[in-house]
Design a protein around this ligand. Structure first.
Ligand SMILES: O=C(O)c1ccc[n+]([C@@H]2O[C@H](COP(=O)([O-])O)[C@@H](O)[C@H]2O)c1
Ligand SMILES: Cc1cc2nc[nH]c2cc1C
Length: 355
């Protein structure tokens, strides 16, 4: 399934992009006045292979949740149980992601790919957040001691993400938004950014949920130790994900690949999402055509990854929550970029004089 998905990911459609550029030039506004929205609309036309591209509606957030053996190294102040407890909060509708999803009119799907303790489940409701139980392992192994995952486990997580993308798109989603929950997951995210980005762990590692100076220094050394032990090869993305990644990172890479293969845009959230996006781009370089960077996380690794991917984030508000919150805030910007191509009059049709 991974191989067929990768094979289905092709380049952006040049004629559709040329048509979108031409249309942008005829709309009743000074050329270039919508800044980054114009190039985004052109890219989404190229992804859809048609101009105008469909409005990115309805929107679906997929929150992949997992735990991390590297938690034992003291890289986060939070207890591991918070991952499962926050799943309960997501399903009950009480987290920030739920508030932003209600505002944006987006559905929320929580996917347990690797939570260590059984998730706290809420009573099933027909509407509201949904739980997909796809646990591959109750948390990864400690990457400073051994590989976090076997290649088979990493592949199973990637393929779970591909499957979730397909299911959400089959159910009608016009855009997918990445979400994540996993106490400790900024440590493997930093390792992935350092491995794929070829930067020193000190440049890729941030303070996550907020750690003090001694913990931050230890966190950098933990990332350094894992990379030294495994020496992951960036040309082997499954190997990188298995040795120094996480189950939610691998599943997010799969979600991105699945969206790209179906030519549906995927709006990226924070550092966990963009570290997974580096893996997706290593599997299939053309997958970047489907990626839209929702925001610039405060984590330094996010800026490194966005630069490598050639993506400019739509908003930059110093967020560092995860869950999909930054992607949800950016969603109206993406919709606005496309809506312009559908609804704005041309100089010709509106009888407005050109300069
Ligand atoms: O999205 C981000 O950039 C981001 C930055 C810092 C923290 N987080 C969230 O915080 C958790 C991981 O933080 P930590 O310090 O436990 O590694 C995890 O649940 C993430 O969703 C997320
Ligand atoms: C409370 C809490 C909520 C979160 N949401 C995403 N990561 C999180 C980490 C914590 C600790």
């Amino acid at each position: 399934m991974l191989e067929t998905t990768i094979a289905a990911i092709g380049p952006l459609d040049e004629p559709a992009m040329a048509a979108a550029r031409d249309l942008q030039g005829r709309l009743t506004k000074p050329a270039g006045s919508l800044g980054a929205l114009e190039e985004l609309s052109v890219r989404l036309a190229g992804l859809a292979g048609t101009c105008p591209p469909p409005l990115p509606e309805p929107a679906a957030v997929a929150i992949f949740a997992g735990d991390h053996g590297v938690h034992a190294q003291g890289v986060t102040p939070w207890p591991q149980e918070v991952t499962a407890q926050m799943i309960g909060n997501f399903l009950a509708g009480g987290a920030v992601v739920n508030a932003f999803a209600r505002q944006a009119g987006a559905s929320v799907t929580v996917v347990d790919v690797g939570v260590a303790t059984p998730p706290v489940t809420a009573p099933a409701a027909d509407t509201g957040p949904r739980l997909v139980e796809a646990n591959i392992r109750r948390g990864t192994r400690d990457m400073t001691v051994e590989a976090a995952l076997t290649r088979a486990e990493a592949r199973a997580a990637v393929e779970t993400g591909i499957r979730v993308a397909g299911d959400l798109i089959d159910a009608g989603a016009g855009i997918l938004l990445t979400g994540d929950m996993g106490i400790g997951n900024t440590t493997p995210a930093a390792a992935l950014v350092a491995a794929f980005g070829g930067v020193d762990p000190a440049e890729a590692t941030g303070r996550g949920t907020g750690v003090d100076d001694p913990t931050y220094r230890r966190k950098i050394e933990v990332v350094r130790a894992a990379l030294r032990r495994h020496a992951p090869d960036p040309a082997d993305p499954l190997g990188v994900l298995a040795t120094v990644g996480g189950l939610e990172h691998a599943a997010l890479a799969g979600l991105i690949l699945g969206a790209a293969a179906r030519r549906v845009p995927v709006l990226l959230d924070g550092v966990i999402a963009v570290s997974a996006a580096l893996a997706a781009a290593a599997f299939a370089p053309h997958a970047t055509g489907a990626m839209v960077a929702g925001h610039r996380s405060a984590e330094p690794g996010a800026t490194v990854a966005l630069h490598r991917l050639g993506l400019t984030p739509l908003i930059d508000l110093g967020l560092r929550l995860g869950e999909g919150t930054g992607a949800l805030l950016a969603l109206p910007v993406v919709t606005g970029a496309v809506r312009v191509l559908h609804e704005v009059a041309t100089f010709d049709s509106a009888g407005v004089a050109e300069k």
